[in-house]
Design a protein around this ligand. Structure first.
Ligand SMILES: Cc1cc2nc3c(=O)[nH]c(=O)nc-3n(C[C@H](O)[C@H](O)[C@H](O)COP(=O)(O)OP(=O)(O)OC[C@H]3O[C@@H](n4cnc5c(N)ncnc54)[C@H](O)[C@@H]3O)c2cc1C
Length: 446
């Protein structure tokens, strides 16, 4: 059996779903293909039973500010969703919890280091180089040697599992680590008037410098409902979806992808939107000149905990940058939704690793870490643990990773005339709204 579509979209993550909606809206017959049985890619809700929901980390929706795009993405966001004009988030570093800002707080350092670091930060003003060869050099230039060595370097090396000198400039942006909290709120406000310091110093509270865009989270359940809404919208417009189906082969004629073999069936197409990793495309079409491996990535472990008491903080989520702790980001659903679920308090904790396996008792270890950070009281009891690992899901922006990624992208772009790349496949964007805006702005239908 064979079928034919104007557009085949590879990958049912947010990039693929948006691309497919835009395609059907243009009147193109469209098919999405994904080997996973559920759409959403990295944005899903895991339900161990029908009463419990955990997301793959924090995934709030935020307005893009582009009316036509928001009308698609937020079409079905109704009164069942919480609306936030800022995100109540914080961080933990040097043994201290800061519930006011997600940005590294230099006041967590000893007085001596704090004064030394603040002096260096101001002294560098007007003398910062603008070109850097690596992340270490860039951070040292931006923040001075003391803040770099005592705040940024330990945090970034904990998360990427890699020395900062091996990372490209701006790698720290993946963790939002581009500003520092220093001085006091009033001095910061006036120092931020200096153009150079404006993007180096952070406001002291997340209530200052709001983006003006609303964020959304469902009052009940998880963020996976948004994916269901988008998929319904796509299907209502006539779009087709093959989940749990693998592309087995790709037929190319005169530099054009003519068709895919999907579970023994031939699916012909005029145009391809590729949002999955590039490696399988290059491999299946014989375009890899060397026997290269896929780019090295981190595993993200998700530790979903159920506990008997509410958190001792009102934060929606916080990041732990302290290398003495395993965990990175913790989402506190009770605070996001204003209530527990099934009388239990849910938490998702992200931990990055490289090929390691988690033992069943790891959940208790993570709850102990959260108690040490004062997120939960010492008397909090663990009621359940669910663990998931997404292998190779988080990029490590080393020079060799970026070189390989760019080479693959160049080969793929030059090899086929009827394909466009977005999301994972286009490489240089990470955050969801950046990926969505890129799809909306660049997509082009023949
Ligand atoms: C741990 C972690 C935390 C994150 N936190 C945030 C956050 O807080 N805020 C934020 O804005 N962004 C965050 N992100 C980034 C965000 O998840 C991405 O921007 C977004 O999910 C990218 O969507 P995508 O469609 O490009 O990719 P994905 O969601 O990865 O979707 C790709 C799809 O392609 C499919 N696929 C793979 N191989 C094939 C194949 N051979 N054929 C067909 N299909 C295939 C996959 O199954 C998947 O469904 C986070 C990412 C990670 C890993």
């Amino acid at each position: 059996m064979s079928s034919q579509y104007d557009v085949v979209v590879i990958g049912a993550g947010v990039a693929g779903i948006l691309a497919a909606i835009l395609s059907v809206k243009k009147g193109k017959s469209t098919l999405i293909v994904d080997p996973q049985t559920e759409a959403g890619g990295l944005l899903k809700t895991y339900s161990p039973n029908e009463k419990l929901h955990f997301d793959y980390g924090t995934h709030l929706l935020m307005e893009t500010g582009i009316e036509e795009l928001d009308n698609i993405l937020l079409r079905d966001i109704n009164a069942d969703w919480e609306r936030f004009d800022y995100l109540n988030s914080g961080h933990f570093v040097n043994g201290q919890l800061d519930t006011d800002t997600p940005v590294l707080n230099s006041h967590s350092l000893s007085q001596e280091l704090y004064f030394q670091g603040s002096y260096e930060l101001i002294e560098k003003t007007g003398h910062r180089a603008q070109q850097y060869t690596n992340c270490a050099q860039q951070l040292e230039q931006r923040f001075g040697s003391t803040f770099f060595k005592t705040l940024f370097q330990p945090a970034i090396e904990k998360l990427f599992h890699t020395p900062t000198s091996n990372l490209i400039p701006n790698a720290q942006l993946l963790f939002g680590l581009n500003r520092v909290k220093a001085f006091d709120p009033v001095s910061t406000r006036s120092l931020k008037e200096h153009p150079e310091l404006s993007d180096i110093l952070a406001f002291h509270s997340h209530t200052e410098g709001k983006s003006g865009r609303l964020s959304f989270y469902p009052k009940k359940g998880g963020i996976g409902q948004w994916i269901e809404q988008l998929i319904n919208q796509y299907k209502q417009l006539g779009g087709k979806l093959k989940l749990g189906h693998k592309v087995e082969a790709i037929e190319v004629l005169s530099g054009k992808i003519e068709s895919f073999i999907i579970e023994g069936q031939r699916v012909a197409c005029k145009q391809v939107i590729w949002t999955a990793p590039l490696f399988p495309l290059l491999q299946m079409t014989g375009k890899l000149t060397t026997s290269g491996n896929p780019p090295e990535m981190l595993d993200s472990h998700l530790i979903h905990l159920l506990v008997d008491q509410a958190p001792q903080t009102s934060m929606f989520y916080f990041s732990n940058f302290d290398p003495k702790y395993d965990h990175f980001r913790t989402t506190l659903y009770t605070n996001l939704q204003g209530q527990p679920e099934d009388n239990k308090h849910r938490v998702t904790v992200e931990v990055f690793g490289k090929g390691n396996k988690l033992e069943p008792e790891y959940g208790a270890h993570i709850l102990n870490e959260l108690k040490r950070c004062t997120i939960f009281s010492q008397s909090t009891q663990l009621l359940g643990v669910f663990m998931q690992t997404q292998r190779n899901s988080f990029p490590i922006y080393t020079h060799s990773f970026v070189k390989q990624r760019d080479e693959h992208f160049q080969i793929a772009k030059e090899a086929f005339s009827n394909i466009q790349f977005f999301g994972k496949a286009s490489g240089n964007l990470f955050f969801m709204n950046d990926v969505l805006l890129d799809v909306y702005q660049r997509i082009d239908f023949a």
